[in-house]
Design a binder for this molecule. Structure first.
Ligand code: PSU
Ligand code: MN
Length: 301
């Protein structure tokens, strides 16, 4: 059921550091053609930092750990038959031999099966605003409590309720580690006003925390919160109106379920004249670099 590229198979056999990358950001998170270019740049960034990239997806009912160029193109092409896959969608897509891009949740499952400990994305899913009514809470959060994978992100996407997302992670016992910050970053912005209880200054410190967690038998993942670089960030005050407008549009058009996050991200790009897209690309590249540094530190310890 699982296919590895030669590069990833070799890295597994020789214990080289590997970084998992997800594919929902390619198929449903970023617009064409930036999505394909970013997918390739992410792999290049991981390689430049001394680790092997393993972009994960499901193609023809096969779990692909590592993708070749034509796989990436297939995932990036608009209007293809690529579904957005979370944990609950996997049995259907595998049995029907379908195609899908894996979310943070589904990528964590596959990474764990492949023995990959570190994974980079843009922003994790979380508790949506208004979830008291809609019950919309990303399956990413439950997965963080289940799969033994560290996820590097720039915060939960700021379209979410960040405070409730932190509460939910606390309830699930998921460590949330600020990288060189005491504050939860907010995806496009570096600050949220919400304090974190755990901070690390170096990839080595993060590797030590992960090793302590897993060697003690504390199952489940961890989230590394890596603020977007200053030069690429959008101030909270400059983006909040666009977030409100995107949420209002989703409400008006009654968008819900798995469509909601892609809809909101797409609207943000239009509402910010492309600024949110530039920041999204910058932050995910920054996360891939840190994830590779952590994977290298883990392999060395
Ligand atoms: N990070 C990005 N863009 C994205 C995502 C993350 O910069 O599109 C994706 C991830 O795959 C994440 C998903 O799991 O958004 C969250 O979707 P939902 O809220 O439906 O769980
Ligand atoms: Mn949801």
């Amino acid at each position: 059921m699982i296919d590895y590229t030669d590069e990833v198979a070799d890295a597994r056999a020789t214990n080289k550091p590997i970084v998992a990358l997800e594919s929902t950001i390619i198929s449903h998170g970023l617009p064409w053609p930036d999505n394909l270019e970013t997918a390739k740049r992410l792999e290049a960034v991981v390689r430049a930092a001394g680790a092997v990239p393993a972009t994960i997806a499901v193609l023809d009912g096969r779990v692909k750990i590592g993708l070749n160029e034509s796989d990436l193109e297939r995932l990036a092409t608009p209007d293809s038959d690529i579904q957005k896959l979370s944990r609950r969608d996997l049995p259907h897509i595998l049995a029907q031999k379908g195609h899908g891009a894996t979310t943070v949740a589904a990528t964590m499952i596959m990474a764990q099966k492949a023995g990959i400990k570190v994974f980079a994305t843009g922003g994790i899913g979380g508790v949506h605003r208004g979830s008291q009514q809609t019950f919309d809470i990303s399956a990413d959060l439950q997965e963080l409590a289940k799969s033994d994978v560290a996820v590097v992100c720039a915060g939960p996407k700021a379209i979410l309720d960040l405070s409730l997302t932190l509460e939910y992670l606390e309830t699930l016992g998921v460590p949330v580690i600020g990288y060189q910050t005491d504050e939860l970053p907010a995806f496009w912005s570096r600050s949220s006003g919400l304090k974190l209880t755990s901070r690390a200054e170096t990839p080595e410190e993060i590797a030590a925390m992960l090793s302590a967690k897993w060697s003690f038998g504390l199952a489940g993942g961890a989230v590394i919160m890596n603020p977007v670089p200053e030069d690429d960030a959008i101030a909270e005050t400059d983006i909040s109106a666009a977030i409100d407008a995107a949420l209002a549009a989703a409400d008006k058009q009654a968008i819900s379920g798995k469509e909601l996050t892609p809809f909101l991200l797409q609207h943000m790009v239009a509402l910010t004249g492309g600024d949110s897209l530039k920041t999204n690309i910058a932050l995910v590249l920054n996360n891939a670099r840190l994830a590779a540094n952590i994977a290298v530190a883990m392999a060395a310890s």
